[in-house]
Design a protein around this ligand. Structure first.
Ligand code: 26V
Length: 749
């Protein structure tokens, strides 16, 4: 449901082998390619990690010559634009299509009709019941196709984005002279794909979102089946082999309606019986889970679901009934277990349950996350379907996130080890010997500094803050959320500030703390966190006692394009989620590839980064996931122990509400409540002391530039596991059973 593409021009040129020549050619006309690129809108059709992962998958699929395409929504407005006014986040609509979009090709002749509402009438034809959908609202889904260009291989796949369109007027109303009703109808239909929902971790059961889900799922499936029949024929025999030729992967539960929709098409439109349709459906569909946060697990009120999708509801009811019957056979009398696993319960449709039951593969996105799924969140399902569960650790495309966004570092790497790493990321390990090569270290450090200069220009334009390019750049960029613990970083900065005020000669390396990220518009705590960071920036950056040794900056409007500017300039990558909560993280991998050192908890893919790079090249701290889960299960942690037991903690917590920050006393009351009023649900104070120690270790390592630079190079050398080329190869072999389809043999560059 989300593809966070960012800009495509430069990446497409890179993949076509045309970037250098275009750069040179444009120079002759006095045009800078970097500047020209900024004319392209940044396609923000996603919230964060989940949508960006989908975009990276598309790049690797095409670059590995895999026949794999994306299906999504052409939102008229992508993720909102963030402005900071007086320290607060203000949201503005993202009007990315206002000047047209060069990459899309509208295909009106491939439009399909998606049906909402109405009622279902059953008729008996021969011996069989048939279901007729009546009085529905038809919505025309028009596809817009974007090319997905593979790297140096001739493969161009498709990302098909669906847009809801009405005929110019609803003629039946118009002919009766009801002009306003006709216009209203058009408005309502087109409303379906107007806007991307900006929540990424909290479910609001809005009917329009369910409508979006069914809209793109139904349109996508109708177009897949139509194409299939055109290619393989319309006979029942051909359709029974659907799963042998088609794999459909659902990115989280958002497209889970693909399960009942494929059932509907096979039964109601193609004449399959239930058993046959179910067999094909389960073998076709696979599912990735991207979160264990209970508040983000999708569930829809049954009434709402039934009203909008009456036939789909009937099918889900039948799936549920058959599933519960099987559970009963396996676990006779265990009502509680069955209620917990049911798809329909407590008046809700539970989409994760539907996704597990209706697919043949369920994967988590990092080893630790997949283990937690199996052992905790979905342990019942894992017992019932042990063969379905597996892990596919996330990745990022190293072509966009290293080659394209950091061309100087990329050239240095190629100069040292040759260009094979672009198509075979595992070859990056050849860099290991360079970690202790002083000339290589020196060159890499110079590039880092130049990247900081480029970032500094942007920051001074947008925030007025002058970034000290000689300071250590410590970066915390991602969506703002309690579990990602931007508050922990802020408290640590407050403590560092207190220490400098107490001892103005404190021995610390100059450091810039950079934050960026969007808060969901209704998420007050996240919005307060942004205000807190901006308040700290005001105080600290203007305090003469600090003498510019630490600075804080919040860069507005975090996006793919901004990430491409920030990540190559970063020295320290903050990945400090409460252990067990961050399914994987992918920003962590992008920083690693660009030679940043990670300070992190043992959460998500950080655990595997630690395994790859070794303990001497990464800074870890805090409770383990096991400890966190144990605390949740058995209790045992009392926030008052930390508050009263550590003066540093008491001081910074009090400073949130005692006027020290120079704002109203209630300004940060939600944050104070998060810590003291919820018994520190995210273990921010519990991990505080260990985090401060880890920050001190960073300080000490950075002082010795030889050590630091070797850590940085080792991070690049051991990052290859985190290329989506590796991830996609695993999905292709283990789940989708697809092979490369060679379009053009031989590489040209
Ligand atoms: C959930 C919801 C809940 C309902 C409202 C709208 C909405 C929109 C998106 C989501 C998805 C939440 C899950 C998610 O984004 N997970 C992230 O997935 C990344 C890619 O696997 C992973 O790296 C992050 O750790 C994980 O938080």
């Amino acid at each position: 449901m989300e593809f966070l593409l960012g800009r495509l021009l430069s990446n497409n040129l890179l993949n076509l082998g045309l970037k250098d020549i275009c750069e040179e050619g444009l120079k002759d006309f006095g045009i800078d390619l970097g500047e020209l690129e900024t004319v392209e809108p940044d396609a923000g059709l996603g919230n964060g990690g989940l949508g960006r992962l989908a975009a990276c998958f598309l790049d690797s699929l095409a670059s590995l010559q895999m026949p794999g395409h994306g299906c999504g929504i052409r939102y008229r407005h992508g993720l909102f634009e963030q402005k900071i006014v007086n320290g607060y986040q203000v949201e503005l609509p993202d009007n990315w299509l206002q000047d047209g979009y060069v990459w899309e090709v509208r295909k009106p002749e491939r439009a399909v009709i998606v049906k909402f509402g109405g009622n279902i009438r059953m008729e008996i034809k021969g011996k069989n019941p048939v279901f007729i959908h009546e009085n529905y609202e038809p919505v025309r889904a028009v596809p817009y196709d974007l090319p997905v260009v593979g790297y140096n291989c001739g493969t161009v796949n498709t990302l098909r984005l669906w847009s809801a369109e009405a005929d110019d007027f609803d003629f039946s109303s118009f002919s009766k002279g009801d002009y306003l009703k006709a216009v209203e109808h058009k408005y309502n239909v087109e409303n379906t794909t107007q806007v991307l929902y900006p929540e990424d971790s909290h479910l609001e059961g809005k009917i329009l979102r369910l409508k979006q889900q069914y809209f793109f799922v139904s349109a996508g499936l109708l177009s897949i089946v139509r194409r299939y029949k055109k290619t393989f024929g319309t006979t029942m025999e051909a359709l029974k082999k659907f799963h042998e030729r088609i794999a459909i992967h659902i990115n989280d539960t958002h497209p889970a309606l693909a399960i009942p929709e494929l059932m509907r098409i096979l039964m109601d439109e193609e004449g399959f019986g239930w058993e046959e349709a179910w067999d094909v459906t389960v073998k076709t569909i696979s599912y990735t889970n991207h979160t264990i946060l209970p508040e983000a697990l999708e569930k829809w009120p049954m009434d709402l679901f039934k009203g909008l999708l009456p036939r789909i509801y009937m099918i889900v009811e039948e799936i549920n009934e058959r599933f519960c019957k099987k559970l009963w056979e396996q676990y006779p009398g265990q009502w509680e277990r069955i209620r917990h696993m049911a798809i329909l319960s407590d008046n809700y449709v539970h989409m994760a349950h539907l996704s597990v039951v209706g697919s043949h593969s369920v994967n988590g996105v990092a080893k630790i996350h997949s283990e937690i799924l199996k052992k905790e969140v979905m342990s019942n399902f894992n017992q019932f379907y042990p063969h379905k569960f597996n892990n596919k650790t996330n990745g990022v495309t190293h072509r966009r996130w290293l080659a394209n966004c950091n061309p100087s570092l990329s050239a240095l790497i190629t100069e040292a080890i040759g260009p094979s790493w672009l198509t075979h990321p595992e070859d990056l390990t050849a860099l290991e010997p360079y970690a202790n090569d002083s000339s290589f270290q020196e060159k890499a450090a110079k590039i880092k500094r130049r990247n900081k200069e480029a970032l500094a220009n942007h920051i001074s334009d947008y925030t007025g803050v002058n970034l000290d390019v000689d300071s250590l750049l410590d970066v915390h960029v991602k969506r703002i959320h309690a579990y990602k613990r931007q508050v922990l970083n802020a408290l640590q900065i407050m403590d560092m500030y207190n220490r400098i005020r107490d001892n103005p000669n404190l021995d610390i390396v100059p450091r810039t703390f950079l934050f960026a990220g969007k808060a969901a518009p209704g998420y007050h705590l996240a919005k307060q966190t942004i205000k807190l960071v901006n308040t700290l920036a005001d105080i600290i950056n203007n305090d003469p006692i600090v003498k510019d040794r630490i600075k804080v900056v919040f860069v507005p409007n975090y996006s793919v394009s901004l990430a491409e500017l920030i990540i190559p300039a970063t020295n320290v990558s903050e990945q400090i989620s409460t252990a067990s909560k961050e399914a994987s993280g992918t920003g962590n991998m992008k920083f690693m590839m660009n030679g940043a050192v990670t300070i992190c908890t043992m959460d998500g893919a950080n655990v595997e980064m630690y395994e790859e790079v070794g303990e001497e090249n990464i800074i870890t701290f805090g409770l383990s996931a096991e400890q966190v889960i144990r605390y949740y299960t058995f209790g045992g942690y009392n926030v008052m122990d930390e508050y009263h037991g550590d003066q540093r903690i008491k001081t910074v917590v009090d400073q949130l509400v005692n006027g020290f920050l120079g704002t109203g006393y209630n300004e940060f009351s939600d944050i104070h409540h998060l810590l003291m009023g919820t018994n520190d649900e995210y273990f921010i104070l519990k991990d505080f002391s260990s985090y401060v120690d880890a920050q001190n270790r960073i300080n000490d390592f950075y002082k010795d530039q030889t050590i630091w630079r070797s850590m940085a190079v080792n991070n690049i050398a051991f990052s290859s596991r985190f290329s989506t080329d590796r991830t996609i190869s695993e999905y292709a072999i283990d789940i989708w059973k697809i092979k490369p389809l060679v379009v053009r043999s031989g590489r040209r560059f």
